[in-house]
Design a protein around this ligand. Sequence first.
Ligand code: C2E
Length: 858
Amino acid sequence: MKGANEKTMKIRIVEDERAHAEAISRSFGAALPDARVSICATLAEYRAGLASDPPDIVLIDLNLPDGSALEALTCPAEEGAFPLLIMTAHGNEEMAVAAMKAGALDYIVKSAQAFACMPQTVERALREWNLLRKHRQAELSLCESESRFRRILQEIPSIAFKGYGVDGTVRYWNLASELFYGYSAGEAIGRNLLDLVIPEGMRAEEKRRMLRMAETGRADPPSEQCLLRRDGSRITVLSCHAVVRRPGEAPELYGLDIDISERKINEEQLEYLATHDELTGLANRALFHDRLEQSLHYAKRSGRIVAVLLLDLDRFKIINDSLGHSFGDRLLSAVAQRLDRVVRDTDTVARLGGDEFVLLLAEVTEPDDVGLLASRILHELAVPHRIEGREIVMSASLGISLYPKDSGDGSTLIRNADIAMYRAKQEGGGVFSFYAPEMNQRAMETMEIESALRLALERGEFTLYYQPKVDLASGRISGCEALIRWLHPRRGVVAPADFIPLAEETGLIVPIGTWVLKEACRQVRAWQAEGVPIANVAVNLSARQFRTGDLPGLVREVLGETGLDPHLLELEMTESMVMADHAQVVAVMEELTAIGVRLSLDDFGTGYSSFAHLSHFPINHLKIDRSFIKQIVTDPNSATIATSIIAMAHRMRLKAIAEGVETEAQLAYLRKQGCDEIQGYLLSRPLPASEYAALVRRDAGFSCLSAAEQGGGRTLLIVHDEPHTLDSLQRALGGDGYRILTASDAFEGLELLARENVQVVLSDQRMARISGSEFFDRVRVLHPDTVRVVIAGQAEREADSDSRNCDQPYSFLLESWSDELLRGQIQDSFRWYETNLRSPREATLESPRCPAARDGAE
Ligand SMILES: Nc1nc2c(ncn2[C@@H]2O[C@@H]3COP(=O)(O)O[C@H]4[C@@H](O)[C@H](n5cnc6c(=O)[nH]c(N)nc65)O[C@@H]4COP(=O)(O)O[C@H]3[C@H]2O)c(=O)[nH]1
């Protein structure tokens, strides 16, 4: 027989009685011839051989001359390494049992028969030993594995492992549970899990879940739970459960929690980014659509109105282009904050992109409420913004569509609000507009224009018209402005206002602008070749052209290609274009002037330029915006702005041009104020090239320019809305050699004053449209070099004289005037004028005194 690992089996007999030892040895010789049997007579001998020649099995006599077999069992070297069978004499079995308890495998009571059966005993013992050893090993590894897992569960910091009974009493609580929930194992064990970590609102449900799991033996599927920490804060965990049921015992529940708070925060951040606008923090388009759908769903059941308000900032692109994108961004954020402030919590404000915002009012009772809110929004936005040391006044255009009136579908509501917003823009911005079905038509047209515009350049559908500018000193054409027109195959001549903003928006303005520059230069060269005496041509630049690409390079190239003298080309840029990025703007402008072209600032007065700012720009002309010219004769504010611009231009040695001059009164007034050039329908509308050439060819000065020069001498203007009185006054004064002009209301009077050289104005106090005092208030600002006489009753006169500044050349004529009194007072007024006001400039410097009224009253 071989040993466990197929080696020769080594049997060691430890027996001091030789006869016994040999009998045993003999039994092996017959039954196990391959076994190597060795005999030791003492314990010492047995021990000595153990290390060098360890046996596979030992048969040891209980009592040996030098000790008991029990001592062999306590020897560490042989403990557990091989089986020991104790041999004992009859009657000594108790000791043998004690030896077995101490580790011996079995005992044999010595007898001849037992010796003869010894091979079978040994074989059985070895089999038993091997089995025992395997068992022990299995037990050992089980123990090891359990303690390993216990340790892992106990110490793993990222998985909270808690064991509890069906009633929630905690029985096991690992280190991670301590870290997650803030209770040590000592504090948690014995308390109820529901009280420790389950928020109050979830306790009843959690209790039901525990009972269900215990009853069915099935754990609920993993779920996310937001649990309580000891300090009251929340922790989000992914919880898995297990139910352990042992026969005869109450089930045990286990919960395994993984902290997913950070993942949750990341998910929430991702969710936030996916649903919010990064710049302003408002909802983005996707979230807005979601909310809109929800609101519509709810409104369909509740019967409420839902309103969509689409808002676009007016002139934002100009500000963004000229003051830079970071400025634009700050402005957008400021606008977003204001919008957010205006609406209720239940409403949504979103940014759709660029300068486009949208508001959702989910619970509207009356459509009128939406109008009120829209007004409030516009009002709120109109409060000046202070950004980077600048004060910016913004306005916006708002389009409104309503559910259910305008559509039941979210996308259509937004589209309709967009259409209404477009209408508000067309009205000049700063207003809101409710959607109306007929607006659709207009929106379709715009879309059509946009796509046609892209092809217009290729198809050569653009042309230039030319509008003359006239020098007021000579009355001769001083140059012209090239103005683009689109010869649309179906719509006919399209004005720039209908496509330039669209071209700006789409970037098409850059190639269009290049075409305009080339065409204007080519045309002037062609005129020159035909002998048309062209002074110069002004071309409009867009902000985009100014900012993108190499504008000086382009100008140089075009001049080179066409061979045009640079002095004949003028480039018009708007005030807002040159506001920002001062250094870069000045560099481009200087490069342009170095080429030899002239520069002018268009639409002047609408922007924010200061005198100091302007003085850095190498410009030649300031063009006063049309809006100030429109009411220059009647509105003191417009007149003050226009005259200040003229004065400012002259101080900077620039020429002032007034554009949009439509009436002779405007022209005359401007000339009196020293304006250098004018442009406007009064002289000519923009003309096609051939008509403009014809105009220039026959240019012998514009006759209307000399009209204001007529009528020298003493001129009196009488303003009265009663024809009889007007006649009487005229008759009374007719013989005194004055040139008498009459007007039946204040506005007519202002027109005449602008056109004519009037020294004395006589006006009734009580007139229908505006009173005599108000009329004279305007005259005082618009024509400070006039003497004013008001016809009033005694009471009016007293009331008025308190409020009037008697430093002004202003006097009263009583309603009960006599011819003599009237003639005397008018004569005095002319004398007073001649002494004090003959030179208007001197008159504004000196403070003239009031002429004495003829009735003796001041
Ligand atoms: N009511 C009134 N209007 C008068 C009078 N006199 C002139 N106008 C109009 O005033 C505008 C003057 O041009 P703008 O201020 O540069 O204003 C221009 C300019 O900003 C832009 N624009 C025109 N052509 C071009 C171009 O080639 N390139 C660029 N970037 N913009 C252009 O379109 C604007 C409008 O051009 P238009 O429709 O041609 O309008 C022209 C002209 O026809 C008048 O007495 N009364």
